[in-house]
Design a protein. Structure first.
Lengths: 224, 138
């Protein structure tokens, strides 16, 4: 495949290096001459110095025979222009890097289906990981048991209940309660649970989901 | 007409002034508040600090109610981007866009924008001036 890369920054450089290693034909178009020279030194004769938003530069780079154009500069407006010119010149596959996730809609409306946003990717990862933050793994025991810490949230269904009343998974045990003031207590069956209490719980690894269900009320922690 | 102008440089300020004097509702936006000094003392339009490529900033400037959008910053790509945003995301009826680079201007026009290139027009006018003068002397 002949792949034209618009923008020779960090993303463009590493992308080109990987594509070359996979035996693709690659050409990087980079505006900055120092940067272009550095890429040429590193990767060989695979870089053109010029503005990848200018049709004449793209034409000289043979854009019309490109199988794919990847616009990966740090500016969303430049990436849109590169992709639109590429499509105008008959390139069927364009990929755009997006910095502001809010711009994704415009790219989609322009028919640029494949957009990559590092901001969006990291955001998605954080959102995915958040619900599991309510269970902090402390220690794994040989027996398949795990010691975890959980905080009793404001909306927890166990607030006001005694330890005995909490429906824990089999073979699990609330072994320690640290109140919001930092005072640790070994709970009895009558000890009541309050918001902000940190519970240290011994639980079979496979029952973590059930434990979360019992103490938080949902597997996502967001429902109520 | 309700007109939103992005960029308060010489051209933007001039267009804003002319439309304001003609009785239209004008909002000018620019990232640099100092650029509003180009507007004349009696200017009745709105001035908004913000980036015309940013959706929330455009909304603060009232793009939902604009009948026309004019992109006249110094950057061709910025003008193109904001124009497409006005057209395809906010559905503004008339979108006019200044593009310095004649090659890009032609492409953007083919892609459906109302574009204007001071480079092409200026070159044409100056060549005409020169040649008509020469023809008159002959």
């Amino acid at each position: 495949m002949y792949i034209l890369v618009g923008g020779g920054g960090k993303v463009g450089f590493h992308l080109a290096a990987e594509l070359l290693a996979a035996n693709h034909e690659v050409l990087v178009v980079e505006r900055d001459s120092t940067r272009a020279a550095a890429i040429a030194e590193e990767l060989g004769n695979v870089v053109v110095q010029g503005d990848s938003c200018e049709a004449t530069v793209l034409d000289a780079a043979g854009i019309s025979r490109a199988d794919l154009v990847a616009a990966v500069t740090g500016d969303d407006e430049d990436n849109l222009v590169i992709c639109d010119i590429a499509r105008y010149r008959g390139v069927s596959r364009t990929i755009a890097r997006i910095n502001n996730p809010k711009n994704e809609l415009l790219f989609k409306r322009r028919g640029i289906e494949t957009t990559i946003s590092a901001t969006q990717a990291i955001l998605g990862q954080i959102e995915q990981e958040l619900p599991t933050h309510d269970v902090i793994p402390l220690l794994q025991l040989h027996s398949g048991l795990e010691i975890v810490e959980m905080k009793v949230g404001e909306l927890s269904p166990v607030i006001g209940k005694s330890v005995r009343e909490v429906l824990l998974p089999p073979e699990s045990l609330i072994s320690l309660i640290v109140d919001p003031g930092g005072v640790p207590r070994i709970p009895s069956g009558d000890t009541r649970l309050h918001p902000g209490d940190a519970l240290v719980v011994v639980v079979p690894k496979e029952s973590l989901g059930m434990l979360r269900q019992a103490l938080i009320g949902s597997t996502h922690g967001m429902d109520t | 007409m309700n007109v939103l102008i992005m960029g308060c440089g010489r051209l933007g300020a001039r267009i804003a002034t002319m439309l304001d004097e003609a009785g239209h509702t004008v909002t000018v936006m620019d990232t640099n508040p100092a650029s509003f000094r180009r507007l004349p003392p009696g200017f009745r339009g709105n001035q908004t600090v913000g980036n015309g490529m940013d959706g929330p900033a455009l909304e603060r400037a009232g793009i939902q109610h604009a009948d026309a959008f004019m992109a006249v910053t110094q950057g061709d790509n910025r003008n193109y981007f904001a124009s497409q945003m006005a057209r395809q995301v906010y559905g503004v009826q008339r979108v006019l866009c200044r593009i310095y680079d004649p090659v890009r201007e032609q492409i953007f026009r083919d892609l459906g924008l109302e574009t204007f290139s001071p480079t092409s027009l200026g070159a044409q006018i100056m060549v005409d001036m020169l040649l008509s003068e020469a023809a008159a002397r002959r």
